[in-house]
Each structure stands twice: as structure tokens, then as C-alpha cells.
Design a protein around this ligand. Structure first.
Ligand SMILES: NC(=O)c1ccc[n+]([C@@H]2O[C@H](COP(=O)([O-])OP(=O)(O)OC[C@H]3O[C@@H](n4cnc5c(N)ncnc54)[C@H](O)[C@@H]3O)[C@@H](O)[C@H]2O)c1
Length: 355
């Protein structure tokens, strides 16, 4: 089987290349990346040593995409993944549009031309911010948790957020590029008869992730705590109760393998996947974990809200578990320990990440 990974030098793309080459016999992987993410260059040598056939190319350029060899499947892991992209953080709204949406049009054309199946990595950010902000929550052990008494809006259960949850705008500019990509992917798949699987991922985290305050929060927080750099509990009263679930790309890889091996052409194509409630943690809990690991260090409180911030995200894995027998294998403490060891071994990681 021949696989193309876009964004192959990013955190998720490079980790997926490694896991899939380990697990899928006879797999050959082509990777493409424009190396725009600070730090991505580091992964270029790493994936080439693993045997990935790497192309330095920009997906916004149709001639770069048409130079890529034919493959059976594409994992689309290229994007500007910051929820603040287009508003802050050095990327204009036009750049966000071009990298996340216009470039994706070239990926879809590639799939049409080569009849390649598509695995799109979408995001929990495709959900409505007002609807997410309205989820009934309470505080338990310094973390937001869902108020179990309900009643719940469509798509929400005690297991978390599922595919039926509201996608009404506003979502964030980033989230909108992802939702638009989902719609275009399904339409291309139906019109041109290639398989499409969409996975709406919760936070992905692990050693080697490029972390900034607006993206890759677990890696950013652990590296910043270790080095006593300024960290802030932003919004929500400055208490740090905002909570996310997290999962490792190697668990995502298992789901993508199951999707590629599934022959069915009809039925559900879009799934939610994340760490689930067992792999969720608030910033305050993450600080407590870091205090144990590196000694005490206190974040500042900054109650001023930040655009697009939401208090709680936990993805519902029920459908992915039922349809693909998929479960999370990597517990959150193992993910955190992996990041901590990597942070200890890479004293310049925040500079590498341009945090
Ligand atoms: N990390 C997460 O928590 C998370 C959660 C949900 C979804 N996702 C999705 O997973 C994917 C990968 O995220 P990540 O965390 O690895 O981000 P990342 O920034 O580490 O990797 C993205 C890679 O894409 C490359 N890229 C961007 N625009 C490109 C273009 N026009 N042409 C070629 N390469 C380009 C970048 O150079 C980078 O190496 C993204 O699509 C993101 O939306 C990530």
C-alpha cells in the first residue's frame, strides 16, 4: 500500500508516519511539507531516516501537488492548526484560508486524479462556540466536568461531544476552514467515488510536539513550567479549570488503520475521537502534575477572556469504538511523562517551537 501524508514534518504527520510504518506491513510512505511550522525541519531528517520519501512542497501550489507520486491513501495532516490563526500569532486570515482551505482543494484534486482514499484530520474546533460555552458544567477537583443531570443538547452525552453536536457559527476562523474541508471532502468522495473518512480529533499530545500558548498546550505548559517561563490561566476567572481530553497520535494511527481496512462504502463517515473523560485534565491539574515532577511553580491569573476560548472539551469515542473496535491505549500520565522527558532532553524546545 502506498500512502501520502501531507504535513509529514508536523507533530501529528511525523508521528503517524512512524507508527504506520511500524504497524502496516508493506507500506510505503510519501510525505510532503512546506516546513512553515517552526521546528518542522527537525522532523524532515527523522522521517527520511524512517524511509519516508519526502517532498519539500507547498500544497497551495497545484504544480507542487501534481509532482507527487500516485498513492492509494492520503492522510491530510497539513494545516495551520492554531485556533487563533487569522486573528493573531503571525498568520493573516488570507494565509489561513490559503493554507487550510485553498491548499486542501489541491489535495482533493489529487485524490480525484489518483482515486486515492482520504483520511481527513478534522478538529473539535468545528463545533459552535456558543453551544460549547453553554454546556452545563460544574467544578470538581479543580477541573470543569459535565453536569451529569442534563438535559443535554443534541450530540452531547456523559461520554462527551459526538458528531451530532451543533456546528453553527461562530466556530473560529480555523474551525470554519476545517468544517468547510469536511463538507468538500465528503462531496468530492461522493462525486468522484473515492473513500473518505473524517476524524474530528480532540487535543493530540505527545513528546516532540511543538507547543505554543495557542496550540499544543500540553507541550507548551510542561516545557514552560520546567523552565520557569511565564504561564497564565487565561479567562474563566483565572482559576485554570478549563479542561481538555488528550490522546496520542499512536492511538489515532490505530483508528486510521481500521478505517483504511474497512471496505464499507456507505454509512457513517465522520467520527469523533479523543482521549475521552479518562484522559482529560484541567490546566490547574496539569500544573499540579508539573509541580510534582519539576517542583512547585505558580502560573499567573489572567481573567481577561481570550477569543474563541471554551471551558471544556471531551470527545465521545462511542461510535469509533463500536464501528472500529477502537480504544485509547495510551493513558494521559504516560503522554505527560513522554513530553516531560522530551522537555528535559531539549532545553531549547520553546525556542525551537517559537513559543
Ligand atoms: N494537534 C492537535 O491537537 C490537533 C487536534 C485536532 C486536529 N488536528 C489537525 O491535525 C493536523 C496536524 O496538526 P499538528 O498538530 O501536527 O500541526 P503541526 O503544525 O505540527 O503540523 C502541520 C504541518 O503542516 C505543514 N503545512 C502547513 N501548511 C502547509 C502547506 N500549505 N503545504 C505543505 N505543508 C504545510 C506545516 O509545515 C507543519 O509541518 C492539522 O490538520 C490539525 O488541524 C490537530
Amino acid at each position: 500500500m502506498k500512502l501520502l501524508i501531507t504535513g509529514a514534518c508536523g507533530f501529528v504527520g511525523s508521528a503517524l508516519a512512524e507508527c504506520l510504518l511500524e504497524r502496516v506491513e508493506g507500506l510505503s510512505v510519501t510525505g510532503v511539507d512546506n516546513l512553515m511550522r517552526p521546528g518542522a525541519e527537525i522532523n524532515r531528517g527523522r522521517i527520511e531516516r524512517l524511509g519516508v520519501n519526502f517532498f519539500h512542497g507547498d500544497l497551495r501550489s497545484s504544480s507542487d501537488v501534481s509532482a507527487l507520486p500516485a498513492c492509494d491513501w492520503v492522510i491530510d495532516a497539513a494545516a495551520n492548526p492554531s485556533v487563533l490563526a487569522g486573528l493573531a500569532g503571525g498568520a493573516s486570515s488570507r494565509q489561513l484560508f490559503e493554507h487550510n482551505l485553498a491548499a486542501f482543494g489541491n489535495v482533493l484534486e489529487y485524490c480525484r486524479q489518483h482515486q486515492a482514499g482520504l483520511l481527513l484530520l478534522s478538529s473539535s474546533r468545528i463545533y459552535s462556540i456558543p453551544a460549547l460555552a453553554a454546556i452545563p458544567l460544574r467544578v470538581r477537583n479543580n477541573a470543569y466536568t459535565i453536569e451529569r443531570a442534563g438535559p443535554f443538547p443534541a450530540g452531547l452525552s456523559t461520554e462527551g461531544i459526538g458528531v451530532g453536536f451543533s456546528t453553527a457559527s461562530p466556530l473560529s476562523l480555523y474551525g470554519a476552514t476545517k468544517l468547510a474541508s469536511e463538507i468538500m471532502a465528503l462531496e468530492y468522495g461522493a462525486a468522484f467515488h473515492f473513500p473518505v473518512w473524517i476524524t474530528r480529533c480532540g487535543v493530540l499530545a505527545g513528546a516532540g510536539q511543538f507547543g505554543t500558548a495557542s496550540q499544543g498546550i500540553f507541550a507548551f505548559w510542561i516545557n514552560a513550567h520546567l523552565r520557569r517561563r511565564p504561564i497564565r490561566y487565561i479567562g474563566f476567572g483565572g482559576a485554570g479549570f478549563q479542561t481538555r481530553d488528550a490522546f496520542h497520535p499512536r492511538d489515532l494511527a490505530a483508528l486510521l488503520i481500521a478505517q483504511m481496512r474497512t471496505a464499507r462504502a456507505d454509512g457513517q463517515r465522520t467520527y469523533t475521537a479523543g482521549g475521552g473523560a479518562a484522559n482529560s485534565m484541567s490546566l490547574a491539574q496539569l500544573t499540579a502534575w508539573c509541580d510534582e515532577r519539576f517542583g512547585p511553580y505558580s502560573p499567573a491569573a489572567d481573567p481577561e477572556p481570550r477569543p474563541y476560548d471554551i471551558p471544556w472539551v471531551v470527545m465521545d469515542n462511542t461510535a469509533a469504538a463500536a464501528d472500529f473496535r477502537w480504544t485509547i491505549e495510551t493513558p494521559l500520565p504516560a503522554i505527560l511523562e513522554g513530553i516531560a522527558q522530551h522537555a528535559c532532553n531539549h532545553p531549547d524546545w520553546l525556542e525551537v517551537s517559537h513559543a
